[in-house]
Write a protein that binds this ligand. Sequence first.
Ligand code: ADP
Ligand code: MG
Length: 705
Amino acid sequence: MRPEILNPLFAPIGRLQGIGPKLEKLFTVLLKDSGQTASANVVDLLWHLPTGLIDRRFQPKIADVIAGELATLKVTIGEHVAPPKNQRRLPYRVRCFDDTGSLDLIFFHAHTDYLQKQIPEGSMRYISGRIEVFRDLPQMPHPDHMVSQEEFDQLPLVEPVYPMTGGLARKTLQRSVSLALELVPDMPEWQDKAWKSKQKYQSFNDALIEAHGPTDHQSLEPDHRARLRLAYDELLANQLALGLVRAHMRRAAGRITTGTGELRARLLDILPFTLTRSQVQSVEEILKDMATPERMLRLLQGDVGSGKTIVALLAMLGAVESGVQAAIMAPTEILTRQHYEMMQDLCAKLGVSVVILTGRETGKARVSVLEKIKSGDAQIIIGTHAIFQAGVEFKDLALAIIDEQHRFGVHQRLALQEKAGSGLALDLLVMTATPIPRTLTLTIYGDMDVSKLLEKPAGRLPVDTRVLPISRLSEVTGRLGQILQQGAQVYWVCPLVEESELLDLTSAEQRYEGLKNLFGDKVGLIHGRMKGAEKDAVMEQFRDHQLSILVATTVIEVGVDVPNATIMIIEHAERFGLAQLHQLRGRVGRGGNKSSCLLLYQAPLSETAGKRLKIMRETQDGFVIAEEDLKLRGTGELLGTRQSGFAQFHIANLDAHSELLAAARDDATMIIAKDARLETERGQALRILLYLFERNEAIKLLHAG
Ligand code: ADP
Ligand code: MG
C-alpha cells in the first residue's frame, strides 16, 4: 500500500484546480512517454523541471538583445502593421522602440482588437519573450508578457521556463507546477545523515522548490545542488529497488544443479563447429553458478551472431543431466520457433525431449504440452511469455533463460520466478544481443554477474556495408539478378513509416509486388500482421531456400538466423535507429560466405541520420555502436528502455550523474545488508522514496519473504 502522505501526489493531474479534461490530455502528452495510456499524475509535474528562466532583473536595451535568448525590455509601442488583406498568413506586426533602436512584435493569426487595446500605439510597456533576428532586425514573436509599469511591478523578477507542448500556455503550466508543489507533503529524510551533510544536500522539499525556482542559469545545470540531491534520490530509489529484487531472488534456498557432463559432451560431438573461447568460458561460468547453493543471476552479453543460443542449450543440458527442467523464453513467435527447430533437431539425437509453448498452441495440442511440462516428460521448454501465464505448471523448473532481455520488464522476470514454486530456487540467465553500455547495465540489471561473448565464431567475414541513395534503386535490383543466380539469399527490410503498422505494410507490400515482377515467385513477404502459421511458413521457405528474397518489416529484427542469407538491404535506412540497424545487419554475415549490407536512404539526410549511417559503414563493433548511439540519442531513449518503462529517469542523467550512480549503488548495498526489510526509521523513509519514484514493485517483495 502506498503511504498515505503520497496520495495527493498520485491523484490524476485533472484534480488540480483549473485543469479540465482537455488540459489533462495535453499534460499527459507532455509528461508521459508515448505509449502510456494512464493520464499524468500530480507527481509527474514535480519531475518536470525548468530548462530556462525569464530574468527580469536584466533589462537590456534593444540594441543589446541577443538572438535566441529571452529578454525583458521596456519599450514604447509604435505603429501597428496589419498584413495585406490577401496575405493573411503573414504576421501582424507591432513596431516598438527605445532610445537605442526598434524591434517588431510578431503575431500570427492575431486578435487585432485585443492587441490594439492591450498595447495601443504610444503606450509604454514591458515586454518579454524570445528574441529572433529576421533580415538583420530583432523581433519577438508572441511575447510572453506585455504589461504596463503597474502590472510589471506585480510580476516576479525571475520566472522558470518549462519544456512545453503545443496548445499548453506557459502560464498554465507554471501555475499547475506551483499547485503541485503545494501538495508535496513534508517528507521524512531518507538520505543517510553523514552523506547528506557531506554532500551539503538540502531536504527533499527544499531541493524540489529550489529546482523549480531557478535564480540564475547555473541553477538550471545538472550539477546544481538541488538537482544533485533530486538526482541522487532517484538513483537511490532505482538502485535500492534493483538490490531488493536481487536480494529477494537470492534469498530462496539455493539448489545445487551439477550435471554429469554426458549430454554436453555428446552435443559437442555432433555440432559441426567447435566453440569459441568465450563460449567455453561462459558455459563454465554458468554451470559453476548453477552448481553453487546460491541462486544464479547472470547476464550473458554477446553481440549479434556471437553464438549465444548454443551457450543456452549447453546450460539447459546441464540442468537436464541433473534431472531438472530448463526453460528458455524468447520475445517473438518467430524467434521461439527458430530456437525450437534448432534445439529440437539436436536434442532428438541426444534423446532429450523438447516442447514448445506459445500463444499458438491451443486446444488439444496445448493440453498435451501442458501435461508434459507438469509431468516432467518435457525436459526443455521453449516458449514466448506464454510460459509464465497462469495454468502452466512445471514439475521441477530449475533454470530459466530469457533471450533478448530488453523486451522483458521486471514484472515478467518476477512472474517467471514464481513458476519455480515455493522453496525452489530458480537459476536465471538473461541473454542480450544488444550491447549495453556499463552505466546502463547497472541501472537496468543492478549488479548481475556478467558473462561476455567477446569474439565471433571463427571464419566470419566482416559485412561489407554501403550507403546509397534510393534514387539508385534500379542499379541495386539490376545487380541483384546476377547475385541471385549465384544462389545468394537476400533480406529486404522496408521502412518504418511514422510508426504506423498499416503504412509499413503498404510500403512492404508495394516493394514485394515490385520485386515479384522482376524475380517471380522467388520473392516472399513477411510482416507483423500475418498470422503466426503464415509467418512460420514463409520463414520455413526462406530457410529451405525456396525463397531467395525475403521482403520484411522489422519483424525480423531480433534473432533470426539463416546462415545462408548474405545480403541485407534496408530501405529508408535513415529512419532506423543505430541499435536497430545493427541488429538488422547482424542477420547476415553468419555463415562463412562474404556478406553485404546496403543502406538505402532518401535524400536529403538529416545531420544525425547521416552520422548514424556513417557509423554503420565504419564499424561493426556492437559496443562502439552502442556508445555512439548513446551520444547521438541520450541515455533515456537507448535500447527501447523508454518503451519497456524501466531504467528510465526523470531527473538523473547518466552522463552528468554517473558518479552519483556509483554512490547510490554502494548506499543501496549497505542498506540491504543492514536493514533488508526496510524497518528502521530510515528504512521507513526509504519506502516512501521507492513509492515516490514508482519503484514500489520492490516493496512487495519485502513481504514475500
Ligand atoms: P546470437 O548470439 O546472435 O543469438 P546465434 O546463437 O544465433 O547468435 O548464432 C549465430 C550463428 O552462429 C548460428 O548459425 C550458430 O549455429 C553459429 N555458431 C554459434 N557458435 C558457433 C561457433 N563456435 N562456430 C561457428 N558457428 C557458430
Ligand atoms: Mg540469438
